[in-house]
Design a protein around this ligand. Structure first.
Ligand SMILES: Nc1nc2c(ncn2[C@@H]2O[C@H](COP(=O)(O)OP(=O)(O)OP(=O)(O)O)[C@@H](O)[C@H]2O)c(=O)[nH]1
Length: 302
């Protein structure tokens, strides 16, 4: 929850209590020291409007104390609202008793201008903070933290976006990756996945490489003819065999498919997945092209 009483720490309560005391002192000063000046009516429309302004700023200040904000933003908003609420208090008092000019000028106008300026600065900082946090959330929601590639959600969004124009899909799965983890440890396995992500990022233009999960990756491509798609996938397979941790001699199996007329994304995914399965069971380190009715065409890569 945005507003939480937990944020209202004893220190913040003490601060609010001090501010309340200042406001009471301000009212008392007007009552006793300025009582000789002509008394005005608070219950005129302008008086009620000023009372409302005072209350709105006061309530906003209290709410500010109930939100967990970065400290510099919290301090700016609290200082700005405090000055502003004091000036609004002086403004309300002005409706009860006439004030000397110095008080109306310095206690009201100047303090209000400074308070509003500091509050505005606090709000700019707050907006900057929200935009930054929004970017971070977007990154977390759509990108895989290990490889920095898009994740499954990004894949789904991007595939839906490209669907109308037609699209081709490659699904890639590292061969015998478990052995890397088992022999060299999980962090070595992570490093391999990171390197594969970087390699796909460099080699997948004009496609969108994503990590679907584990050691399974995909590349979304604009629709390609079968020959072209095979050629592209083959180049990617060779790039992995040649450049991904050469000392480990890692390879990748690839399933490839192009969206057929009237076919949905689920159909495309299922065909590509089957083609990948066939590539694995055909001996790995190869590309298999999926077709609608017929069994996959094989392309031996060794
Ligand atoms: N280091 C690391 N390993 C992962 C991650 N996600 C999944 N794995 C590992 O990936 C391995 C996948 O193993 P398998 O499904 O047996 O596949 P494989 O060993 O590549 O064998 P084939 O796919 O049949 O060639 C498992 O050991 C998982 O623990 C990850 O984020 N980091």
């Amino acid at each position: 929850m945005l507003l939480s009483r937990k944020s209202l720490t004893p220190r913040r309560c003490l601060y609010l209590a001090s501010l309340f005391c200042c406001l009471v002192l301000l009212a008392a000063a007007h009552w006793w020291w300025l009582a000789h000046l002509p008394i005005r009516q608070l219950w005129m429309p302008s008086g009620i409007a000023e009372l409302l302004v005072f209350l709105i700023i006061l309530v906003t200040l209290v709410f500010t104390q109930m939100v967990d904000l970065p400290k510099p933003i919290y301090l700016l908003l609290t200082l700005g609202f405090s000055l502003w609420v004091m000036s609004a208090g002086v403004d309300v008092m002005d409706e009860i008793t006439r004030q000397p000019l110095w008080l109306a000028t310095w206690g009201e106008d100047m303090v209000r201008v400074v308070g509003m300026a500091i509050t505005a600065l606090g709000f700019f900082r707050l907006l900057e903070h929200f935009v930054r946090v929004q970017g971070q959330l977007e990154q977390l929601a759509h990108f895989d933290p290990l490889t920095q590639l898009g994740n499954r959600r990004f894949f789904q969004m991007q595939a839906e976006r490209m669907q109308d124009e037609g699209l081709s899909l490659l699904m890639l799965d590292l061969d015998h990756f478990k052995a890397v983890n088992d022999n060299l440890g999980h962090s070595a396995g992570d490093a391999v996945l990171r390197d594969l992500g970087a390699l796909l990022g460099r080699s997948s233009a004009p496609g969108y490489p994503v990590r679907l999960g584990g050691e399974e990756f995909a590349v979304l491509l604009p629709a390609m003819a079968e020959d072209e798609l095979l050629h592209y996938a083959e180049a990617l397979r060779l790039a992995v065999a040649k450049r991904l941790a050469p000392q480990l001699e890692l390879t990748v199996s690839i399933g490839a498919a192009t969206l057929l007329p009237g076919e949905g994304l689920d159909g495309l995914l299922s065909r590509t997945d089957k083609a990948l399965y066939m590539a694995k069971h055909g001996g790995r380190n190869q590309v298999a092209l999926a077709q609608r009715e017929e069994p996959p065409l094989w392309r031996q890569g060794r």
